[in-house]
Write a protein that binds this ligand. Structure first.
Ligand SMILES: [Zn+2]
Length: 75
């Protein structure tokens, strides 16, 4: 596991990706918040069989600020 660089904001952490990062296999995943239905994308949450904790970001998107889990599988 490589160290993740991020910026600490008031409540959330922001990660930065550039074109140089695209050589790493990554995928945007379209998700819907199960609380408010807000649709947005998550990055690097595409490992099969993994459960991810995701924040419905009320700053970045029109989210509700709640935290939910996303389970990712191949099908
Ligand atoms: Zn939400």
């Amino acid at each position: 596991m490589s160290e993740i660089e991020y910026e600490e904001n008031s409540e959330t952490r922001r990660i930065y990706k550039t074109y140089a990062d695209t050589e790493v296999a990554s995928l945007y995943v379209n998700v819907e918040c199960p609380y408010c239905g807000n649709e947005f994308q998550t990055l690097d949450t595409d490992s099969c069989g993994e459960t991810y904790t995701i924040d419905c970001d009320e700053d970045l998107e029109d989210g509700c600020g709640k935290t939910f889990e996303m389970y990712f599988d191949a099908s």
